[in-house]
Design a protein around this ligand. Structure first.
Ligand code: C5P
Length: 224
């Protein structure tokens, strides 16, 4: 967009994938590159917003002009998101947050000689950052979630999106299909945006930057 329709707005974007440590050298992670979140941060900055980018292990550089806050784990992202969200107009949770983390983090490297041929990891649920922020949001604040689904059936995917939106209490949910070759780490994206009334308010295909602008069009319209 050529216009500065987000001038004076404070926008928080989370991006990347959290890593949950097992020991000093190993972690549980995911394939998020951070590209869609970075594109949102870049597009919001271009439209005049003051952007805080909470980044977990980005595979591409953060855009210029954002307030970059680097985190690693889901718990660190939760703290950074809570802090940055105070007074923000928009919070966009594009990061892939680990649903679980190891119950115990080993002080030293886990050794196979001590574990034998099989080993069991015990995991504990991470807090749902998006649901927490949505529950605590200030009047007028817009909270936007993402849902990366591998479900191939369109109707089933929309159904998953609608129930996720309701469960998390977000204002908007961006659905995108991911698989071994789609979504993560690619330059393009194919998304559907649902609003809290469960209506489809946007369908967009294209570069992650063009998709980011289309998502921000919906957000900007709802801020006014
Ligand atoms: O439940 P699911 O992981 O599919 O939800 C995805 C959305 O929820 C994304 O916006 C993601 O950033 C957010 N999320 C979160 N905290 C978690 C898990 C996901 O904020 N622990």
């Amino acid at each position: 967009a050529a216009q500065l329709d987000l001038a004076g707005r404070r926008v928080v974007v989370t991006a990347g994938g959290t890593r949950e440590p097992l020991d000093p050298v190993r972690f549980l992670g995911n394939r998020s590159s951070g590209r869609q979140g970075i594109a949102l941060a870049e597009a919001a900055t271009a439209r005049g917003a003051e952007v805080v980018l909470i980044a977990a292990h980005l595979e591409v550089p953060a855009p210029a002009g954002v307030d970059l806050r680097e985190v690693s784990t889901a718990l660190q992202m939760q703290d950074a998101a809570a802090l940055a969200s105070e007074g923000a107009d928009v919070v966009i949770m594009a990061a892939a947050v680990a649903d679980y983390r190891p119950v115990e983090v080993s002080e030293g490297k886990i050794k196979k000689d001590e574990r034998g041929d099989t080993m069991t990891l015990e995991l504990v649920r991470n807090p749902d950052i998006l649901a927490g922020l949505a529950a605590a949001k200030a009047p007028g604040q817009l909270v936007v979630g993402f849902a990366a689904e591998t479900e191939p059936d369109r109707a089933a995917q929309l159904e998953l999106g609608r129930s996720k939106l309701a469960r998390k209490g977000a204002d908007l949910l961006v659905l995108n299909r991911v698989g071994w070759s789609e979504g993560f780490a690619t330059e393009r994206n194919d998304i559907t945006v649902l609003d809290a009334g469960a209506d489809i308010v946007l369908e967009a295909v294209g570069s992650k930057l063009s998709v980011a602008h289309r998502i921000l069009d919906v957000i900007a319209e709802r801020l006014h």
